[in-house]
Design a protein around this ligand. Structure first.
Ligand SMILES: NC(=O)c1ccc[n+]([C@@H]2O[C@H](COP(=O)([O-])OP(=O)(O)OC[C@H]3O[C@@H](n4cnc5c(N)ncnc54)[C@H](O)[C@@H]3O)[C@@H](O)[C@H]2O)c1
Length: 262
């Protein structure tokens, strides 16, 4: 029997014309590239950063709206969501890339480091998911994309607090997906491997970059557009049946058998 089922326009399913998005941590690296990616297919973007000059600069680049504040604070996220909804008409989605690792072994981490990690990797995801989620439930749905890490899936020495917070983020994404799915809200995460963002590149020697590339099946470093491309895909209707997932973007590192082979 020939298949005569309708064929959609796949390029149209990538478009975000007239849609309103927030990029959280838009000032540089993955956030800046995500703002460009969303704007390039027609989205209007509120560019959020704690550093005012970065928020303003990226908003100028993408024809978006700058917003400056600290998204680890509830009252700031309330202010952001109110502002974004007024500026965009409605919030169709957001990409939240905020996160940072402070290293420490399990026997040495102090409470300050533990709390810092859970604020900078998880608390803003809880606040944004909840506060923007309430609006999306009322307005008919939306998309949420968060940046997790392979450190939340596999362990390495000194990654404990960061990894625990990122694992928590991936669990939070599943809860958002399950509870908000009936309201047409999708929530997904991306777990990057090593990505040469401007901040990370400044911390690494060329020898460290080369060593990381040698361990990567695709034999090149990850770069911010690799993550922004996936954030765009997950934000678009191409991913309209994907929710509660974490997509690993690591050049194949976690696909590898970890032991020496013959
Ligand atoms: N770079 C990597 O190798 C790598 C690997 C795995 C996961 N990640 C994750 O990717 C994400 C992005 O990492 P990156 O290195 O590109 O980050 P980055 O430090 O380059 O960018 C983060 C942006 O968020 C802004 N920001 C920080 N705190 C904020 C706050 N409280 N409120 C609002 N804005 C704030 C910063 O000013 C900055 O512009 C993080 O979640 C990180 O954990 C990175």
């Amino acid at each position: 029997m020939p298949d005569h089922s309708p064929v959609p326009s796949y390029p149209d399913r990538l478009r975000l014309d007239g849609k309103g998005f927030i990029v959280v941590g838009a000032g540089q690296g993955m956030g800046r590239q995500s703002a460009h990616a969303l704007a390039s297919v027609g989205a209007k973007v509120v560019c959020v950063d704690i550093v005012d000059v970065l928020a303003v600069q990226v908003a100028e680049e993408v024809g978006g709206i700058p917003w400056v504040g600290d998204v680890t604070r509830r009252e700031e996220v309330e202010r952001l969501v109110t502002h974004a909804e007024a500026a965009l008409g409605r919030i169709d989605g957001f990409v939240d890339i905020v996160g940072m690792a402070r290293w420490g072994g399990v026997l040495d981490i102090d409470d300050e480091t533990w709390n810092f990690e859970f604020d900078i990797c998880l608390r803003h995801a809880y606040l944004l998911g909840q506060i923007a989620g309430r609006r999306m439930r009322l307005t008919g749905g939306g998309s949420m994309v968060f940046i997790a890490s392979v450190s939340g899936l596999t362990a390495a020495p000194n990654h404990a607090a960061y990894g625990a917070a990122k694992a928590g983020l991936m669990a939070w994404v599943k809860s958002l997906a399950v509870e908000l799915g009936p309201h047409s809200v999708r929530a997904n995460a991306i777990a990057p491997g090593s990505i040469l963002t401007p901040r990370i590149e400044a911390q690494l020697s060329q020898a460290q970059i080369d060593a990381s590339v040698a361990l990567t099946p695709l034999r090149r470093p990850g770069v911010p557009p690799d993550i922004a491309s996936v954030a765009l895909f997950l934000s678009s209707d191409l991913a309209s049946f994907i929710t509660g997932q974490t997509l690993i973007v690591d050049g194949g590192v976690t696909a590898k058998f970890p032991y020496e082979t013959l």
